[in-house]
Design a protein around this ligand. Structure first.
Ligand SMILES: NC(=O)C1=CN([C@@H]2O[C@H](COP(=O)(O)OP(=O)(O)OC[C@H]3O[C@@H](n4cnc5c(N)ncnc54)[C@H](O)[C@@H]3O)[C@@H](O)[C@H]2O)C=CC1
Ligand SMILES: O=C(CO)COP(=O)(O)O
Length: 387
């Protein structure tokens, strides 16, 4: 783990001031987190010489109360649909045209529900300035024939640009309210990591830097599945000890999944904000947990007439998106393909409860190997199997 000292940040600013160069920022996505992130970015761009003051945020156009959402944002500085109780800084402007939103931009901040990233990048292809760098704030992973794909790889594949990843215990509404929290930026090149550190770090939004982009992204995607289990646990009113046990077991499978499919994931990153802390906040206060509780309660009360995930997402989230259900399906598919279901019993159980009608109560049917000392690496699974 590393951080940038105030002195190093001053030096970075002085270098930019001397060169007369400024980075121009475009944010791709104006949902709940996109809007809260725009508050931080807007403030830092107005404050630091490294950045052009003006920030553009691409906002998929939609109607609110008969008007265009972008017009409402630009006249009131409030994203009334996705972050209604907070004002965006006045140097942040919403733009409905995706290609226009990146005109002249040198730093791109991708903050979309993960299922929309690849197609959004395809539209941007051929419209970027030279030497653009990106950061992904997205919590999700894609899957193709070669296996799980990091969001940063999707950006690299589609646009040919370097991308960092920011992930952490970051419930957007709490950040918008200015409550203290931490986040983690994973980087490949130190210089780019330093630039994004400057763009995001604030006294109440403290950034730590880690080398490598895989761990923050994989943890961020898989904890959304574990949060479904936290919701099932709450519907069963099982209490805090049970939920803590499910989080611990979920953390182990998050780490296993990350090391199974990606290089350079080390255990230390699990205790960064993007690991354990994000898992905790999502399992206590996130949307995945909340909707999963409602889904499980509906099944417990109504049996076969229960509400669907799609109904509950639309009814409870007003346009915001669940990321855990899609991730649960995608992870299950890849584990099936790779014959690895036995190695991830908890994630598989969560999928089967969510999509195959397995009883909600099975959320606490944990296999023996998860209580053995070496379960982090799943060597325990092998020991049990060969006994
Ligand atoms: N909201 C939160 O507290 C946090 C969210 N995240 C992650 O950030 C990412 C973005 O989340 P939010 O900003 O909360 O979004 P959100 O959940 O509020 O989703 C709504 C956004 O999706 C956009 N959208 C809908 N259909 C689209 C399409 N076809 N193409 C492109 N965009 C479309 C909407 O315009 C809106 O901006 C997700 O991966 C999420 O897991 C990460 C940390 C915190
Ligand atoms: O990622 C989050 C907090 O860090 C938000 O999680 P949810 O999408 O479940 O609200």
């Amino acid at each position: 783990m590393a951080s940038i000292t105030a002195k190093a940040l001053d030096t970075l600013e002085a270098t930019f001031a001397a060169s007369g160069r400024e980075e121009k920022v475009a944010i791709i996505g104006a949902g709940n987190w996109g809007s809260a992130a725009a508050m931080i970015i807007g403030r830092n761009c107005a404050k630091l010489d490294i950045f052009d003051d003006n920030v553009t945020v691409w906002c998929l156009e939609e109607k609110v109360d008969g008007g265009n959402l972008t017009d409402v944002i630009n006249s009131t500085h409030v994203n009334v649909k996705y972050l209604p109780d907070h004002k965006l800084p006045e140097n942040v402007r919403a733009e409905p045209d995706l290609v226009k939103s990146v005109a002249g931009a040198t730093l791109l901040v991708f903050v979309l529900p993960h299922q929309f990233l690849a197609r959004t990048c395809k539209t941007l292809k051929g419209h970027l300035a030279e030497n653009v760098k990106a950061i992904s704030l997205i919590k999700g992973i894609d899957f193709d024939d070669s296996g799980p794909q990091l969001m940063t790889n999707v950006i690299k594949r589609e646009l040919g640009i370097e991308a960092c990843a920011l992930s952490g215990a970051n419930i957007a509404n709490e950040i918008a309210a200015g409550k203290f929290c931490e986040s983690t930026i994973g980087y490949e090149s130190k210089e780019t990591g330093a630039l994004f550190f400057a763009l995001f770090n604030e006294p109440n939004f403290r950034i730590s830097l880690v080398q490598g982009v895989a761990a923050p992204q994989v943890f961020g995607a898989i904890k959304n599945i574990v949060a479904l289990g936290a919701g099932f646990c709450d519907a069963l009113e099982m209490g805090n000890n049970t939920k803590a046990a499910l989080m611990r077991i979920g953390l182990i499978e998050m780490y296993r999944f990350a090391t199974q499919y990606f290089q350079g994931v080390d255990t230390a990153t699990m205790v960064e904000s993007c690991g354990m802390a994000d898992l905790i906040t999502t399992c206590m206060g996130g949307r995945n947990r909340r909707v999963a509780e409602a889904y499980a309660r509906s099944r417990l009360e109504k049996g076969d007439d229960h509400r669907t995930w799609e109904d509950l997402e639309a009814e409870m989230l007003n346009g915001q998106k669940l990321q855990g259900t899609g991730a649960a399906k995608e992870v299950f598919q890849i584990l099936t393909r790779d014959n690895l279901l036995d190695k991830f019993p908890f994630l598989v159980t969560l999928y089967r409860i969510a999509f195959e009608g397995k009883p909600i109560e099975d959320v606490v049917h944990i296999p023996e190997e998860h209580f053995l000392p070496s379960s982090l690496t799943s060597k325990a699974a092998a020991t049990v199997a060969s006994a």
